[in-house]
Design a protein around this ligand. Structure first.
Ligand SMILES: Cc1ncc(COP(=O)(O)O)c(C=O)c1O
Length: 315
């Protein structure tokens, strides 16, 4: 019998699946790590459970103390569930641009939601969360500033990838707090110093759920930019079309940032002849059902036109 003691024990150990139909050349193999299979449906469960456990163990987070965090969605949803499970009231500062489903999820899980004006973005939400922590005695989870964020990926996500695959040549993941890129990138480079680490950003001012443009001047303290070999800037159109592509070709129902990551991997594949390319699919498609993401658009139309907004900074 294999019975989990609690839902927190179900975090991580996500599957790595080969994308055989989408791998563009015989020598280039694509693999996706399906983080949507975590309990609240995203990679953020790894970070939230670790940050809460460490803070409680260190005495920084007291029993019953409220917890506050800034989030574009997934971290807030995860915190709403795991914070509550551990007996902490949860408040989440979200930019107004997040999808309605995310706010619904937050409220369903019992969190208080503080909406931050749309233009202000995640930096202002982060400042709002810091102010609430200071003025109201809440504990700031601090995914943007706590090195434990990247460590959750160094010890968890990356170790799982290395256990499943004997060699990783390219790693591609979205950039939000930078925790995934920093933690996984570092460990994969230790295993194979030639491994290239590619971060995926939205164009400045474009909303790609979960991702953040460094061009707005906010560099999250958790992000170690020296781990990055390249950045690929992806527009919404390609993110959407490639999320749909993963669903149609491989039966993988990923979110918008998964589409952005797949699109970036396709561009990388044009430059290399062989290698294992590992991608993070940070969440599933469920939260995006209210968008036009799943409505058919002629794939040929999208692919024919190289998005002029796409931008690449190579190693
Ligand atoms: C859907 C999605 N993709 C990617 C990311 C980026 O992950 P990280 O914060 O580790 O950079 C996030 C972060 O919130 C996310 O919600």
């Amino acid at each position: 019998m294999d019975v989990a003691a609690s839902v927190a024990d179900l975090v991580g150990k996500t599957p790595l699946v080969e994308l055989k139909r989408l791998s563009p050349k015989p020598g280039v193999r694509f693999f996706a790590k399906l983080e949507g299979q975590n309990p609240t449906g995203s990679i953020k469960d790894r970070v939230v459970v670790r940050l809460l456990e460490r803070a409680r163990a260190a005495g920084a987070l007291r029993p019953g103390q409220p917890v506050v965090e800034a989030s574009t969605g997934n971290t807030g949803v995860s915190l709403a569930l795991f914070g509550r499970l551990l007996g902490h009231p949860v408040e989440v500062c979200v930019p107004e641009s997040v999808y309605p489903e995310i706010e619904l999820l937050l409220r369903s899980f019992g969190a208080r939601v503080r909406r931050i004006p749309r233009q202000a973005g995640i930096k202002t939400a982060y400042e709002a969360a810091q102010t609430i922590a200071r003025d109201e005695g809440a504990y700031l989870l601090n995914q943007f500033g706590d090195p434990e964020n990247a460590l959750a990926h160094y010890e968890g996500t990356a170790a799982e990838i290395l256990a499943d695959l004997d060699r990783v040549d390219v790693f591609v993941a979205g950039l939000g707090t930078g925790g995934t890129i920093t933690g996984v990138g570092r460990r994969l480079k230790e295993a194979n110093p030639a491994c290239k680490v590619v971060g995926v950003e939205p164009r400045l001012g474009v909303h790609v759920q979960g991702l953040h443009s460094l061009a707005d001047g906010f560099i999250p303290p958790v992000l170690d930019e020296s781990v990055l070999d390249a950045k690929i800037i992806v527009g919404n159109r390609h993110a959407f079309s490639h999320a749909r592509r993963a669903m149609l070709a491989e039966g993988i129902f990923g979110g918008i940032s998964s589409g952005a990551v797949l699109h970036a991997a396709m561009r990388i594949a044009k430059r290399i002849e062989r290698g294992n390319v590992v991608m993070i699919f940070a969440d599933g498609g469920w939260k995006y059902l209210g968008t036009s993401l799943w409505e058919a658009e002629e794939e040929a139309d999208i692919d024919a036109a190289e998005d002029p907004l796409d931008d690449v900074l190579w190693w």
